[in-house]
Every structure is written in structure tokens, then in C-alpha cells.
Design a binder for this molecule. Structure first.
Ligand code: BG6
Length: 492
């Protein structure tokens, strides 16, 4: 495994802790080797030590008071070496090739290479070109070459198409593993299990029984030190065509013919191709907003415009709410309201499905509310679990209906283990299972949906709304649902 960007944040925070967990679970092959590649001048030892420190912090943050498992860490660290190199220098790739050839000689079965591009997206295309030129990406009989990249995949439809074209000049589609880290989350993967391994819900999963769907990805953090990145990105690009659309696709897709990677990815592409933002021409189905100063978790926090590296009159949105419609047989007429924002009241990712009510007559005769709300809640994070809310008779002589809930919590059944979400993804790359990775058409379908909005929003920011940090989001987003006689579930 070659990690480009070996001294960077992604490597330290996620990739190496995930490798450590895989080592702990004995899921890495004995003849495994990691070469870290980066521009900084550090020794093998310094690289390993900095990683040991971060991995230990990760283990502790997961609530495990025990320090790093020394056996697992030593095993992994013994496989690590560092190489200084510049991504734009072709001679560095020749040196890398020599290093890999040497490793192959000492390894009876070796010769499979996994290149992990933990680097800025602007280097994706050129690094892959360089891998091709150095013949590091050429697969020979029985030896694979795979490349992992992680969002952003382009910053609009055109740039995503350009990137794909550039990559596909060197690699075959099966060699590329595009990570959307939401797919590494067990609870996201479980949406498909929940839908397709249980007979109970699927017959209800359509326009006949579902009134609408709400998808919320709220964060309590602000942009922190990522002002520069965020000023060129905004919430729409950062979250919607990728993470949020993964949740939409998992919720709305048809059952695949099999659990094979391409069967699943084709169904996902198909459903996203049918999505459109309601009345996006007039911006009516979309709200964008930016956080003002406020309080989160009892602490005062600054406005977005006062964050480091952010312009004092920035028009960039930190919040988006959309009303999506899906033009297909199953979902015709069922709105999917999605929202994502930073510096909201709470960190919460959930999918809430509201079922249609009962015919009103009977309850009306008894002077009762039209019907008890039936909600199915898929809690992706935190408090991972699934709940079903329905109405029950409140005990007593008169008929009164109370809202009650049946609740499944992952922790109760499966315990909680510190997990980065990258363990499964890395393991799957090694075994060649692309199910949890994005195919080019999935990415382009996502960009196509948001492209009309990107076009409109780039013309003027007159419709930018504002919300207090620590709040539920802007009033304009409440209005989006109020127009349809609906309301967001509170983020609490
Ligand atoms: C990243 C975005 O892809 O996902 C971040 O760039 C966001 O802005 C993050 O905070 C959210 O991921 P998670 O796993 O913390 O919900």
C-alpha cells in the first residue's frame, strides 16, 4: 500500500487508525507493506512515531482506556517505511517503482499495489497520469493495481466529467475506488439491510403509504480551520451531491438484482438520475443560509464571516435545505426534504419517514386529532438506531391518543467499538469489492441534479438567508415545508 500524502491529516486521523484496527482484527496479510510518500523530510522512525501518537489518541477517544495494543501496533509499524518525494516529479515515481520492485523480490506472492491518494483533489488527475507513465498502474496477470481517491470529485458537473476522463485514460473503471466516507458508516450500510432483508417495510415503501421523507445532516461544528477550502466550496458542494445523495439513494433506490457492486451502483445511479430540485429554476425548492454568531453547547461561537480565512462579506452558504422530487413510479408526488448545515443546535444525521395517516372519519366523530403521526426514524449518527413512532391509547376512561416509540439501539445489541468507518472501505479495496464506492456515473448524476442551482447561485447571493449558530436553521427553511403544510422534525 502506498499512501500519497503520508504526513497529512487524512492519513493520521483516519487511514492509519483504520489500518491499525484491521491489524488488530488480523485482517491484513502477513506480507503487507506500507510506503508513506510525502514532501516533508522525515525519517521512517519519525513518521511511525507521529502515527503511533495519533492512533493512540484515536483509541482513547473511542472510550477505550487501554492504550494502543502494542502487539498490533508493532506488527503494523514494522511494515511501514517512508519515502520523501514530490507528486509532480516523475523521477520520484521511478524511485517508488524501484522500492516496490525490491519489496516484490522479498515477497513470494506479492505484486498487488494499492495507491491511496490522501492528497488535495487538484493532484488526483496528475498523480494518476504519473502512475501510468511510470507503469505503476499496469496490471499483469494475477497482480492488481488499485487507486483510492476521496471526495471532492470535481466541483461541478463539467469538472467531474473532466476528472473522470483524465483518470480513465490511465485506469480501468474497476481499478478506481472513489470513497464517500458516509458509505463507510455501518448505519448507512444498514439502510439496505433494513429495507431488503426484512419483508415488513418494503410493501409500505412507496407513494401509496409514504407522505414525505426528511433527511437531516446537521453538524454543531463550524468551518474551523477550513475557511479557505470552504470559501471555494460551500455547503451545497461539500455535502449534497455526495453524502446527502448517498442517503437519498439508499432510501429511494429499487431493490438491486443482486448484491453485486455494479447491480447496486446501477440502481443508485438510476434513482439519482430521476431526482430534481423542486422548481430549481426559480430557486423555490432551495434555501441557502449562513451562520451568524451564537452559542453552541453553552459556548459562544463566531459568525462564519469572522472565521479565519473567510471574507467579511462572504456569500458562501453554510446551510442548505432542498425540496427534492423523484420522477419515477415509486416516488411520484412524495417530497424528499433534505437539509444540512454547520453550527446547528446539535450533530445529528437521520432519515425520517412520515407515513400517511388513516382516513379521518372515525377519529373526527370522536373529536380526536386527524390521526397519530407514524414516523420511521433511521438514526445514522449519533445514538445509532432505528425507531418507529406511532399512536397508542393513553390509559383511562376516555379515548386519548399518545405518541409512543419502539426503539432499537445498536449499542444495546452490538456494543460500541472505536471505528473510523474506513476499516470496511480499506478492506473492501483489498479484496476488490467496489460495492461501497462511487462509480463515475453515480458522481455525475449527483452533480447534474445540483448544477442548475450552482448556476443560479453563482449569479447573485440576494437570497442568502442567515441563522443563529446553535439554532435549528433559518426561518426560510421552515417556510419551505410550511408551504406544503409540513414541518421539520426538531433537531434535538
Ligand atoms: C466531509 C465534509 O466530507 O464530511 C465536512 O467535507 C463534514 O465538511 C464531514 O464535516 C461530515 O462527516 P461526518 O462523518 O463527521 O458526519
Amino acid at each position: 500500500m502506498v499512501i500519497f500524502g503520508a504526513a497529512g491529516d487524512l492519513t493520521k486521523r483516519l487511514v492509519v487508525p483504520a489500518l491499525y484496527n484491521l491489524a488488530l482484527a488480523k485482517l491484513l496479510p502477513e506480507e503487507f507493506a506500507i510506503i508513506g510518500f510525502d514532501r516533508v523530510e522525515i525519517s521512517d522512525e519519525q513518521w511511525r512515531n507521529s502515527l503511533a501518537q495519533m492512533t493512540e489518541e484515536f483509541v482513547k477517544a473511542g472510550g477505550d482506556s487501554a492504550a494502543l495494543n502494542q502487539d498490533a501496533w508493532k506488527w503494523l509499524a514494522g511494515k511501514m517505511s517512508y519515502m520523501k518525494g514530490d507528486l509532480t516529479d516523475s523521477s520520484a515515481y521511478q524511485q517508488l517503482k524501484t522500492k516496490l520492485d525490491d519489496l516484490d523480490k522479498s515477497n513470494s506472492s506479492g505484486g498487488n499495489y494499492l495507491f491511496y491518494l490522501a492528497v488535495s483533489d487538484r493532484f488526483f488527475g496528475s498523480t494518476i497520469d504519473q502512475l501510468g507513465k511510470a507503469c505503476l498502474s499496469c496490471q499483469t496477470e494475477g497482480h492488481w493495481r488499485r487507486v483510492v481517491i476521496e471526495k471532492p470529485f470535481g466541483h461541478d458537473l463539467q469538472s467531474a466529467e473532466d476528472l473522470d476522463q483524465q483518470i480513465l485514460r490511465t485506469l480501468q473503471e474497476q481499478q478506481i475506488f472513489r470513497i464517500d466516507h458516509f458509505l463507510g458508516k455501518e448505519t448507512v450500510q444498514n439502510i439496505m439491510t433494513f429495507r431488503f432483508a426484512n419483508g415488513l417495510f418494503e410493501p409500505l415503501w412507496n407513494r401509496d403509504r409514504i407522505d414525505h421523507v426528511q433527511i437531516t445532516v446537521s453538524e454543531s461544528v463550524g468551518v474551523e480551520k477550513r475557511g479557505k477550502f470552504y470559501e471555494g466550496t460551500g455547503a451545497l458542494r461539500d455535502m449534497i451531491p455526495n453524502h446527502v445523495f448517498q442517503l437519498v439513494a439508499m432510501t429511494a433506490m429499487e431493490a438491486p438484482n443482486s448484491f453485486a457492486a455494479d447491480a447496486i451502483r446501477s440502481e443508485k445511479a438510476k434513482v439519482i438520475e430521476a431526482v430534481h430540485v423542486c422548481d430549481s429554476k426559480n430557486n423555490c425548492g432551495a434555501v441557502r443560509a449562513q451562520y451568524k454568531a451564537g452559542e453552541v453547547g453553552g459556548q459562544p461561537v463566531p459568525a462564519y464571516r469572522s472565521e479565519p480565512d473567510v471574507s467579511p462579506d462572504s456569500p458562501i452558504e453554510t446551510y442548505v435545505a432542498l425540496k427534492l422530487m423523484i420522477d419515477n413510479w415509486r416516488w411520484s408526488g412524495v417530497p424528499f426534504y433534505v437539509r444540512t448545515g454547520k453550527r446547528m443546535a446539535r450533530r445529528k444525521t437521520h432519515i425520517a419517514i412520515k407515513f400517511k395517516g388513516v382516513p379521518g372519519t372515525l377519529l373526527r366523530e370522536m373529536n380526536l386529532p386527524a390521526s397519530a403521526p407514524n414516523w420511521l426514524l433511521l438514526r445514522i449518527q449519533p445514538d445509532e438506531g432505528i425507531a418507529l413512532e406511532f399512536g397508542a391509547k393513553i390509559p383511562g376512561p376516555s379515548v386519548r391518543i399518545g405518541d409512543v416509540r419502539m426503539d432499537f439501539k445498536y449499542e444495546d445489541y452490538f456494543g460500541a467499538a472505536p471505528n473510523t468507518g474506513y476499516e470496511t472501505l480499506l478492506y473492501d479495496v483489498m479484496v476488490g469489492d467496489a460495492t461501497l464506492f462511487q462509480r463515475a456515473d453515480n458522481i455525475e448524476a449527483g452533480w447534474s441534479v445540483v448544477q442548475p442551482l450552482l448556476n443560479n447561485w453563482s449569479k447573485s447571493a440576494d437570497d442568502l438567508a442567515f441563522y443563529d449558530s446553535g439554532s435549528q436553521g433559518p426561518a426560510e427553511a421552515d417556510q419551505l415545508l410550511a408551504c406544503d403544510g409540513r414541518a421539520w422534525r426538531p433537531i434535538n
